[in-house]
Each structure stands twice: as C-alpha cells, then as structure tokens.
Design a protein around this ligand. Structure first.
Ligand code: CUA
Length: 353
C-alpha cells in the first residue's frame, strides 16, 4: 500500500512540474504592461531588432530540443508508471532482475553528448556573430552608466547627457543606424536589458562592457535592470525611444541647447540656495553636480525616478517634497522644504524643457 502511494506521489510530482513548465512558457510572452509602455511588451519572443531576433531564433531551437527531450522522458516515465504499476498478487514474486545493457547505456551516453555539442556550436556561433559586429560610420554611440537606482546616459560625440530614457534612431535599409553602447557602473553590479532589442549585458564596477542593437521600428521599448542591485532594483526601469529617421536629429538639436533663462526666478533662487546643485547638473548654470541625473532638459522626459512614476506637475511636486515616499531608500534626501519652496522649485524645474 505504501509503495503504491509512493508511486502515486512521484507521478503527481511529475505532472505538477509539467504544469509549471507549461505555465512558464505560456506566460513568457504575456508580461504585465509597465507604466506608459506603448504596447506593454517586454518579451524575448517578440523581438523588434537585431540581435534580439537572432537570440529568439536560438532560444526557440534550444526550447524545441529541450521540449523533445522532455516529451520523450516524461512519456517513458508515464508509460513505466502505468505499465509496471503495482498489481494484486505482486507481493508473491520478485520482478525479473536485469543487470544492465551495454547498447542502451552507450546510447544514452552518446546521444546527450551529441545534443550538448550541437547546442554549444549554435550558441557560440550566435555569440560570436553578436560580439564581432563592428560599428560602421553612421552608428550612434552612447555610454550608459548604472547608478543606484537610475541610468545615466551620455552621448560623448554629441555632447548630450540625459537619464533613464535612451533616444536612438530607427535604422532602415537606405540608412543603417545601429546604436553601440558602452556600459559602466558607478557603484554596484547592474544589468542592462531591453528584451525586444538585445540580450542582457551586465554592468560591472571597474569594467566596461559593450552591446549594440539596431531597431527598425520606431516606438518606446521597455527594459529593466536585470541584476539585483539593492532596495530599488525593481524601479530601475529603462526606456529606449526609437525615433523615425530624421526625428532623432531634431531631438539631438533640442538636447544640445543649454537651459533657457528661466521664467521662474524665485524657484531658480531656491534651487541654487539649496544643496540641489551639489548633485544635479543644469547646463548653462553653476549647477554642476554629478551624483544625480542631469536636469537640463528634465521636462523632455516621460518619467521620473527611473520610470517609477510619470513625469507630471503633481508627481514632480511629490518627488521634490519627499523622494523617500515615492522611492524608499533612493539617494535623494528629503530636503525638508516648505510648501512654498517646493512649489517654487517645481515651477523652475517646469521651465527645463
Ligand atoms: Cu540596478 Cu538592479
């Protein structure tokens, strides 16, 4: 009786595992929409750029091979469980005792080696393809620096610094414009991952990693820090805004402008009287801090606090009043300002378009 229960248990466990695997596969393509995403897709199974396309094809091959192995193994297991289940009268006789088979053992040694070898070959070919891609003239170069918990984005050749929202041009056949990124960290290990564009790449202190992508479809692509980096790791979102051909240049021209002379002089005064300037840069002013995001064109961004919230007057006010309330543990302190001062600073920040 106990033996039968034990077998039953094993069968149930296999069934549960199968159900779990199936659920994973089904839900892999249906991630919950994240804040403001144009279509809510952060799935490696719906790539819209190289090298994500190539990675998807490889993943499907690996999944197909593993799926076939699973079906064969699970099928044999189910067959064995049913065919050789406990029957009345089994206690009387021992089952036939078999001491191995050279043929079967050779087969199940050689076959997995061949399968693993095939997987190694196709994987290393894909990795080499992606790593050996060289930046042709016309490519956009940017440096992304991971911070706790936001992304600094620099375009050294264009003289632009921004944060959390990476703008790139779409590539088309008449004008190939891939984007090449250098990845650095200011503190701990992060990982840059925009699933529809490319594979994930670690961002490691004291080291420079590289990656590239070449989207052809304009739109907003979402990503996340993919390496646990502390309390607000989950709110370290990345947005990649892919501009239609020609529009990227317009964005660049706007970002290159220094901050305009503000129409909110009171707020400007409060901003510069506080320690805001120690951490933030506003180009064209004496604010040259480098710890926090560059605010020169703050209002051109869709979100605040690395995608934690949309960038509106209300959220900006809430953020300036107490960043710890919106994003607990973030490195911007509560400056203990009065309501009047908060309003003044917010009206100044609103001029940074
Ligand atoms: Cu940065 Cu996780």
């Amino acid at each position: 009786m106990r033996l039968r229960l034990y077998r039953h248990h094993k069968f149930l466990r296999a069934l549960l595992l199968f159900a779990f695997a199936l659920t994973c596969v089904v839900f892999a393509g249906h991630v919950e929409p994240v804040l403001g995403n144009t279509d809510g897709v952060t799935s490696i199974f719906r790539p819209l750029s190289q090298p994500a396309q190539e990675i998807k094809e490889l993943s499907l091959l690996v999944l197909a091979i593993c799926g076939a192995i699973f079906v064969v193994v699970a099928g044999l297991l189910v067959y064995a469980i049913i065919r050789f289940r406990h029957r009345a009268g089994d206690e009387a006789s021992e089952p036939p005792q078999i001491y191995g088979s050279n043929q079967i053992e050779t087969a199940w040694t050689v076959l997995p080696i061949l399968i693993v070898f095939v997987l190694i070959l196709v994987t290393s070919r894909t990795i080499a393809d992606i790593q050996n891609r060289k930046a042709a003239p016309g490519a956009v170069h940017a440096t992304v620096v991971g911070h706790q918990w936001w992304w600094e984005i620099r375009y050294p050749e264009l003289g632009i610094v921004t944060a959390n929202e990476l703008h790139v041009p779409a590539s088309d056949n008449s004008r190939r414009q891939p984007t090449f990124l250098k990845l650095q960290s200011a503190d701990v290990a992060h990982s840059f991952w925009v699933p529809q564009l490319a594979g994930k790449t670690d961002v490691i202190p004291g080291r420079e990693n590289a990656m590239w992508f070449e989207p052809t479809q304009p739109g907003t692509y979402l990503g996340n820090c993919a390496e646990y980096c502390g309390m607000q790791h989950a709110r370290m979102l990345i947005r990649v805004i892919v501009h239609p051909p020609g529009e990227f240049e317009r964005w660049v021209a706007e970002q290159k402008r220094a901050a305009a002379e503000p129409s909110a002089p009171e707020g400007r005064r409060v901003f510069f009287a506080n320690s805001c300037v120690n951490c933030h840069t506003i180009r064209g002013t004496s604010a040259q801090g480098a710890f926090g995001p560059d605010l020169t064109h703050l209002m051109s961004r869709e979100t605040l606090a690395s995608g934690a919230t949309p960038n509106t007057v209300e959220t900006l006010r809430a953020w300036v009043r107490d960043p710890q309330k919106l994003k607990v543990g973030c490195l911007m302190p509560n400056m203990q300002m009065s309501d009047v001062e908060v309003d003044q600073i917010v009206s100044y920040l609103q001029t940074l378009k």
